[in-house]
Design a binder for this molecule. Structure first.
Ligand code: SF4
Ligand code: SF4
Length: 370
């Protein structure tokens, strides 16, 4: 759905009404939202019974909401061998069943931008991934602006901000403005797409008391949105704008990749938590002439990722795989699409057990001699 930075609708949502809103939404939609489980903030599919676990305070959930549009494992089709009427057999192939509409609620602006960024890979060019397209078409993204970016946040190193709109149908801005994690008693809910406009005018929103903006509050709202968009991010301030795409052209053979990759544990954490990592594998499971073909998140730093049936592996060493991951994000994607394949969410900074993350590589690359 085409996006416009011009608001299509503006409403007020009381914090106290969020539970009723999500409960009403869950009746007709799959709802994904940040919840705290065993002390950890996670994006999860929630039912009406789990709405009370909603936690909008954590800027960083451990996982991103990318599973909402790109499930970790996803059936693509089922097949079964059937008699063809002349003594032989043929394959009966059925596409995967369509799911209910989905709402991804409480998505941070970096993660919403990642959905749009990755969507361009799946939906632009010669081939369109129809299954991905169908899922995107039935998904509403409700983002929440970040009142207090975390230490590892650096979305501002790209063309984003704690109040950015990219990828979101609706953005919630805390009515008391940025600066504190406690965002006051209400949010301004601003729709930036037609889907978002319909969402704010829908029955679930009405049931939850989502109301028109109080008279005379438009000026205040404009200032608050501008304040969210002008907010600095802690790591972004140190890192500045990411600018290494051209320099990396001459560093393919650099000894740096051997050195920096030596500490990688090939644990997959960085890829699984990253909202812009999108590689998947395809496999079949079944027996007796019936089965399911499914796809699953794959991991470019795995020793098996590029292993071919004949035994050849074009990326046999950690050096090759580490170089691939960072060149993909910082050079190849930039050359192809004109933007970096990173939104500065900071999850790799927080999650990599050996501190091998994207801002480190950007800083190192700046200091390297070609
Ligand atoms: S999280 Fe760190 S150690 Fe694990 S695969 Fe990624 S770079 Fe390697
Ligand atoms: S590379 Fe790191 S900072 Fe960038 S989007 Fe992925 S996890 Fe977030």
């Amino acid at each position: 759905m085409a996006q416009s930075p011009v608001p299509k609708a503006t409403r007020l949502v009381k914090k106290a009404g969020l539970g009723a809103w999500l409960t009403a939404l869950a009746a007709d939609n799959n709802v994904m939202a940040p919840v705290t489980v065993d002390g950890k903030p996670l994006f999860r599919w929630i039912g009406a019974g789990e709405v009370g676990q909603l936690d909008l305070a954590a800027v960083h959930t451990v996982n991103s909401p990318k599973g909402g549009v790109m499930p970790q494992t996803e059936p693509m089709l089922t097949y079964s061998a059937v008699q063809d009427g002349s003594g032989g057999k043929t394959l009966d192939i059925k596409p995967a069943a369509e799911d209910r509409p989905a709402v991804l609620f409480g998505v941070r602006p970096c993660d919403a931008a990642a959905i749009d960024l990755v969507g361009k890979v799946y939906l632009t060019g010669e081939f369109t991934d129809e299954q991905y397209q169908a899922r995107r078409d039935r998904t509403t993204v409700v983002a929440i602006a970040c009142a207090a970016p975390a230490k590892a946040c650096f979305c501002t190193s790209f063309d984003l901000s704690p109040g950015a709109v990219r990828g979101a149908d609706v953005v919630l801005y805390g009515r008391s403005g940025p600066g504190s994690v406690a965002e006051g008693d209400a949010y301004y809910a601003i729709a930036y797409t037609e889907r978002g406009e319909a969402f704010l005018g829908g029955a679930a929103a009405k049931a939850a008391g989502v109301s028109d903006l109080p008279a005379g509050e438009a000026d205040k709202l404009e200032k608050i949105v501008a304040a969210f968009r002008g907010l600095a991010t802690p790591l972004g301030k140190k890192l500045g704008k990411v600018d290494v795409a051209d320099k990396l052209e001459s560093l393919f053979e650099s000894a740096y990749w051997e050195k920096v990759s030596s500490r990688c544990l090939s644990c997959a954490t960085c890829t699984f938590v990253c909202p812009t990592c999108y590689c998947f594998g395809v496999a079949d499971t079944g027996a007796g002439g019936q089965g399911v073909r499914f796809r699953y998140w794959d991991f470019c730093k795995s020793p098996q990722f590029m292993l071919m049936a004949g035994g050849h592996d074009p990326r046999p060493a950690k050096k090759n795989r580490t170089r691939q991951r960072f060149l993909h994000k910082l050079n190849y994607h930039h050359n192809r699409c004109g933007e970096y394949l990173c939104v500065g969410c900071g999850r790799c900074v927080e999650s990599c057990p050996v501190g091998l993350h994207l801002p480190l590589v950007v800083s190192d690359v700046r200091g390297l001699q070609p």
